[in-house]
Ligand binder design. Structure first.
Ligand code: MN
Length: 372
């Protein structure tokens, strides 16, 4: 039996600067290394490691990172590692793949689709790398595999998209070419083991989410080929997940009740198990009484106390009509007119949303004061 680990989109050296502080970013980068080490340990029990692109977040990652990766490959020195470069770490004359020797057990595919034979394992691995950021023409050319081998394709690109600047891959070709399995990279979410003719194929997804646009479980794919029969399964490996939690706070009486509803959702919904160690964005929804304003600091403090990382967004609404004060001769009226003008003169959707939110928060604050 042949056992293969298919991973990809590790994105070593992701800056994370948009969301995290530099300390938080540093920790998250270290966690990517930790999870990669875990996958290397899994590979010790396998015959082959496939990396389906974007091993690094850029063409020129830090020397420290590259040396770490090389050290890890050396740990599995008797196991072949195959790499294709992705759109983030294209194989150019000046990129990391030209500048470093990754070890005798590591093979990095070039720009043209080619094939490496592993006789002892009865395998042929086909692959091709990105050689620049974009690749409009599909790298999957018409190949006809020798059916006496178990033929595997390793590729980074956009499957089932007719047009893409990131290597459009037509999955119906997989079967025609005669691949047993296509190990894909580029999409950061595992979306099931699919089939095209007799070919199984899958995106393994990233190993660790990197933001609230990469939610949920992350992992690798474990493949076993026994007498020509291939089985593939997803194995979760991530240390932390990113989660978005919508919490309905309709008619909540006070901040304590808001906190209660959040933790009720976290603790009693089995989908959220292990939430304490995850990255959680709580979005408050529903219709609030206009007498009650959520106190961001109070609620956030509770979250920070119990969660590893929390964000709090308040999208709840009061039943207030925010345009009803426009003609009022009052502070609310004056504020409404100024904000209304800002909303109308906004040059982008983002600016308009910010102005709308400012109008809502301002009116809410003034109303809350009237009620107190
Ligand atoms: Mn990627």
């Amino acid at each position: 039996m042949v056992k293969i680990i298919h991973c990809g989109d590790i994105h070593f050296d992701t800056p994370f600067s948009a969301r995290f502080t530099s300390r938080e970013s540093e920790i998250r980068r270290a966690e990517i290394s930790e999870t990669f080490s875990k996958v290397i340990d899994m590979a010790k029990e396998a015959d082959l490691l496939l990396i389906a692109g974007d091993l690094f977040d850029s063409e020129n990652p830090s020397e420290e990172t590259v040396k770490f990766v090389i050290r890890k490959f050396k740990e599995i020195g008797n196991i072949p590692v195959f790499i294709v470069a992705g759109n983030h770490d294209p194989y150019t004359e000046t990129s990391v793949y030209s500048n470093y020797n990754f070890g005798d057990n590591v093979y990095v595919f070039g720009g043209e689709l080619s094939c490496v034979e592993l006789k002892g394992l009865n395998l042929r691995i086909y692959g091709s790398s990105f050689t620049e950021k974009y690749c409009e023409e599909s790298q999957l050319k018409n190949v006809l595999c020798d059916p006496s081998f178990d033929n595997i394709l390793l590729m980074h690109g956009d499957a089932n998209k007719i047009k893409s600047v990131y290597n459009p891959i037509y999955t119906e070709f997989f079967g025609e070419c005669g691949f047993k399995y296509a190990a894909l990279g580029h999409i950061h979410k595992f979306d099931g083991i699919k089939k095209s003719g007799k070919t199984k194929y899958a995106y393994c997804g990233a190993m660790e989410g990197r933001g609230f646009d990469e939610l949920g479980e992350k992992g690798v794919i474990e493949i076993e080929i026994d007498n020509g029969v291939l089985e593939a399964r997803f194995v979760p490996v991530c240390k932390r997940k990113f989660r978005i939690l919508d919490v309905d706070i309709t008619d909540a009486a006070d901040n304590n009740e808001v906190v209660e509803r959040i933790f009720n959702e976290l603790e009693n919904n089995s989908e959220n198990s292990g939430f304490e160690k995850d990255y959680i964005r709580v979005i408050l929804k529903g219709t609030r009484s206009e007498k009650f304003n959520v106190n961001y600091d109070t609620v956030k403090e509770f979250l920070d106390e119990k969660l590893y990382y929390a964000e709090l967004l308040d999208e709840s609404r009061t039943s207030v009509d925010y345009t009803s004060f426009l003609d009022e001769n009052s502070l609310k009226g004056l504020f409404s007119r100024i904000m209304q003008e800002k909303i109308q003169n906004s040059s982008s959707d983002e600016e308009r949303e910010t102005a709308r939110l400012a109008l809502k928060l301002g009116i809410d604050a003034m109303l809350a004061q009237e009620y107190n």
